[in-house]
Design a protein around this ligand. Sequence first.
Ligand code: ZN
Length: 154
Amino acid sequence: MTSLPDVPLGGLYGHLILDHYRNPRNREPVPNADIEAEEFNPFCGDRIALQLGLDSQGRVAQACSRSEGCSIIQASASMMADLAFGKSLGELEDLAELFRAMMRGERSSDGIAEELGDLKALEVVRAYPVRIKCALLPWVALEEGIARFRKQSE
Ligand code: ZN
């Protein structure tokens, strides 16, 4: 399937990535989800299906993210669902922006580590440019799902 470079997953942060990869959170389907999105990256076979359920305040009350593919997308998808709970859609978009800025090297995780939570572990992926897309794909799905939801609710 892939000849992409492996990201070495040693050290504290590597273990965090491996933990999410081996024990992905939030894979239970959300019935009647408000937001649904899927993304596929044929380049390395990564796939993500995302579902979010909102409460009456418009905050995420249920989240399901199911991914297939490499360790990086699976870890990123699991971390994303963990972080989504209790957030408004605007807050999630802000988080996606921060994460993308870190992955593109426009910002270091210093100073935004608290907002990023476990996602800061993925900063190591920055050294492997072709793998950055793996880390961002769940967030692309998230932003598309939110955009479609907003359009439908207009
Ligand atoms: Zn991948």
